[in-house]
Design a protein around this ligand. Structure first.
Ligand code: C6P
Length: 419
């Protein structure tokens, strides 16, 4: 698996050969509008290596059945695969206990789970929830729905112009009614890497638990939930080269044990009677209904693939690309980067004077370059920086300096057409 660990074909000494890794991703070997595809929309979703495609296909071809239910061989195999995936996620996040890993449909569902269950039980009228100004809608709206239902307040950590958080303002937001902090690890709209360990220490000093939205973090740097000391951590498999429709919530065991179910159905019960029902222990209490079984198998293959390359090598490679891309984009006439914090992950979000982000995205697509254009489900970020939308190039392990060069060439087409 580690065959790609050698001199980078881009010339940078990052220890990762992205040109070789590209061959693992069949979708990348195609043309779009007659141009070689340059896929720079990894923040929205990553492409899948053969290892993941094959693992899912093989599972459906050989081992698939429903889990936790049958005594027959296929059901036992499928159950072992699904529960093995829980162990794999536990190891990936360095959680202390496999029962701390709850499978969800993804980050969004994980946040909704915590808001409904933990929030519904522990947050009431007059209580406060601290969010930051750079949250994805998935880490805003579930808290708003809760706050509206129970009469709680949302307090927001402001952002500096470079896209970093004002940590003094953060510390000043804590009060006797603060019940939870929910913060994004890496911003999808700005690329900012937040100092979550420090923020968690501040929150814990006030006795306040912290949920970290790790959707944009897990594919780009090693995450250790024990070292972070976080209380909840959410991520989606599709952003780390795995299938869509599955993700996981890490929850500290004593918190999960005290939390009520949030969805009812099969698998989450201990006993059911019309007089009253009792609940299974975590994590099963939070996993009602048939889950994305093959997705869990694909997630294992994805985590094995990423760990086989090494997250440190991936981070070094992407940082090289980020620095290379930042330097080149800064030279494009009229282009302004949105998000220039000192600690950034592989996201280049930008606007160009006089050109709407959607027009940028459309012209780039005709050049074969896939980026995302819009508000990136982070409308408060757009408001903070006074822009309706940005174009966003988000990098992955298979991107190269040649991809960045193609982006810059395509941007020249944009400035020729609209300049
Ligand atoms: N951001 C993007 O293009 P789901 O959809 O549940 O897998 O992930 C939601 C989510 C939560 N938090 C952050 C920080 C995210 O970036 C995302 C997904 C995609 O930026 C789609 S809007």
């Amino acid at each position: 698996m580690n065959t790609a660990l050698q001199a980078d074909a881009t010339g940078a000494a990052t220890g990762l050969d992205a040109d070789r890794l590209r061959a693992d991703f069949p979708i990348l070997a195609q043309e779009v509008h007659g141009k070689p595809l340059v896929y720079l929309d990894n923040g929205a979703s990553t492409q899948k290596p053969n290892a993941v495609i094959d693992a899912v296909g093989d599972f459906y071809a050989r081992d698939y059945a429903n889990i936790h239910r049958g005594v027959h061989t296929l059901s036992e195999r499928a159950t072992a695969a699904f529960e093995g995936a829980r162990d794999r996620v536990q190891r990936f996040l360095n959680a202390a206990d496999r029962h701390e890993i709850v499978f969800t449909r993804g980050t969004t569902e994980a946040v909704n789970l915590v808001a409904a269950s933990f929030g519904g039980q522990r947050i009431g009228a007059g209580d406060e929830i601290i969010l930051t100004g750079m949250e994805h809608h998935s880490n805003i709206v579930p808290w708003q729905l809760l706050a509206e239902r129970v009469g709680a307040q949302i307090r927001v950590v402001p952002l500096f112009d470079d896209g970093s958080l004002d940590l003094e303002a953060y510390a000043a937001l804590f009060g006797p009614r603060t019940r939870l902090v929910a913060v994004v690890h890496v911003s999808n709209a700005l690329g900012t890497v937040n100092p979550v360990a420090e923020m968690i220490a501040t929150a814990h000093a006030h006795g306040v638990p912290v949920l970290v939205d790790g959707a944009q973090a897990v594919a780009h740097a090693r995450v250790d939930v024990q070292a972070l000391d976080c209380d909840f951590y959410a991520f989606s498999a599709h952003k780390i080269y795995g299938p869509s429709g599955i993700g996981a919530l890490y929850g500290r065991r004593e918190l999960l044990e005290a939390m009520p179910p949030w969805q009812g159905g099969g698998d989450m019960i201990r006993t059911v009677a019309f007089e009253g029902s009792t609940w299974a222990d975590p994590p099963y209490r939070f996993e009602a209904g048939t889950p994305h079984i093959a997705g869990a198998v694909g997630l294992v293959a994805a985590l094995d693939y990423v760990d086989g390359i090494g997250l440190d090598a991936i981070a070094a490679h992407e940082h090289d690309l980020l620095a290379y891309g930042t330097a080149l984009l800064e030279q494009v006439p009229g282009l302004r980067l949105i998000g220039t914090a000192a600690d950034k992950a592989a996201i280049l979000s930008f606007v160009i004077d006089g050109v709407h982000a959607h027009d940028i995205g459309t012209v780039l697509d005709f050049e074969g370059v896939a980026v995302r254009a819009g508000h990136h489900c982070a409308m408060p970020v757009m408001t903070r920086y006074g822009v309706p939308a940005t174009a966003r190039a988000s990098l992955g392990l298979y991107n190269t300096r040649a991809d960045i060069d193609a982006l810059v060439r395509a941007l020249q087409r944009v400035t020729e057409m609209f300049g």
